[in-house]
Every structure is written in structure tokens, then in C-alpha cells.
Design a protein around this ligand. Sequence first.
Ligand SMILES: [Zn+2]
Length: 278
Amino acid sequence: VEPTLVTFPAGATSGTGTVLDVRPVPDGFAVVVDRTPFHPLDHAWPDQPADTGTLDGRPVLDCRTGAHGPDGTLALGADIAARRGEAGWTWVVAHIVEQPPDVGAQVQLEVEPDRRAALSRAHTACHLAALAINAEAAPWWREGHGARSDSLGSPDLDAMAIERSRIEPDRSIDEYRLGKSIRKKGLDSAALLAGLDDLAVRATQRLQSWIATGAPVAIDAGDGTLTARRTWRCALPGGDATYPCGGTHVTTLADVPATTSLRITATAAGYTVETVVG
Ligand SMILES: [Zn+2]
């Protein structure tokens, strides 16, 4: 079995593939094809949910990351013990269907486009929100701080504090933790937590000014395999923004509603950012 070539980073929602492998799983059959537009849930960083759609007209019940082991077994999702890129493992997209196609068959893959578009809008807005908050939180880092910079030159609060990200249709929820190590790096986290409402207002203004540029968005997809390192890119007024990302995105900020906004709320561990698209 070869690593699955994925076309979702370029925005594809349909395509044909050749069936390479079919295996029974508790909820049906896992179907692996050579090339697919389906985005599976990532087993290590499960931010964007699996695409829905059809495989030769059969409903795709779920879409999971799969890893073929050296002994020929196929591990799916949370059952994958291998590290990404570990020698001897081949990474594939597993489409879960009730009735399996034949190995060797050519199949038509169709992703439900409206849900995909809503997830792509939310995912792009999520990265813009992270960069906008990084920029607006910069004054809370003391001079000579030890934080590394994001792609626009702000201290990368997002990378240092993010615990979990969940992308939904036209909405994302990102949970951040402010621990001892980030304070040691030079963040005045008490002042940040006291200023969350103001931060949300200023970051929303920055986000909306970026959206208004209608800048193009692109994904560098590496060698095109499922586990290639991919990078989100957007040319913003402050510079060429980048963000490591395995998900799907709009191709222009013109597709993100101008009224997209942020809500930031304190939590026991830090704060949560809700990005609402539209
Ligand atoms: Zn992402």
C-alpha cells in the first residue's frame, strides 16, 4: 500500500480513486484509495472534523487517519501507536462505509461541499484570530522576553499556550493554558487575563481589517501525501503570514464574512477563544 495522495489541501471536493485496500472495522469497512479529496480527522491534533460525503454513492460514515504497520495491520485514529513519519509505517486516509467496493475498482469520491466550505471558512478565521491575538497581546510581554516570534513578528502566545483547537462549521473554539513556563518566558499573564474583553475587541478589529483586504490564501502541500508538512499562507498588510496546518481553507479572505468576530473568556487554566464566522 502506498501513502494516500490528498487533494483537499488544494481545495478539491471531488475526484476519482483506485481502491487499494478494504478491511472490516467495527462500524463497517475501511476503504483506502490511492488519491482522495476527503479530509480525515487527524489522530494527533484532532482540530478539524472528518469530511462527510459519498464513495461511489455510498455514504462515507466517517473518515479517519490510518497507519499501515510493518506487520500489515491497519491502525485507525486513536489506535495509532506510531509517530508521524516513523519508519516502516504508511499513512493513509480510511473512508468508513457500510458496503465495501472491490479492491482495484475505480470509485468516485464526493465531499459534501457546503459543510466543507463552512469548515474552511472557520479554519482560516481561526488562524487569523491566533495571529491577531498574538499582535494585540504583544504589550503584555516584558522587554527582553524569551518567546519566539510568529510569522508576523509578534511573540507567539498562540504556539506557547494552545492546548486544544476545535473547528466547526463557521465557528472555532481554541483553549489556551497560561502556566508557569509562559510567565517565566516574560508574559504578564495576570494583566492579560484582566484585559480579555479589551483584547477581544482589539483583536476583532485587526482580524476584520485583514479580512477586508481579500488577500489570497494558499496551502503549501509538500509532496502531496497525507502526512506531508503543510503550511497555510496568507499575504497580510503586516507581512506574509504562515501557520503550520493540516486542514482545509478558503482560497481568498473575500470568502470570509466581514463581520467575523472573537469572544474570549477566562477559564480555570487560562482562556478560551471563540471565533464566530459571519
Ligand atoms: Zn490549521
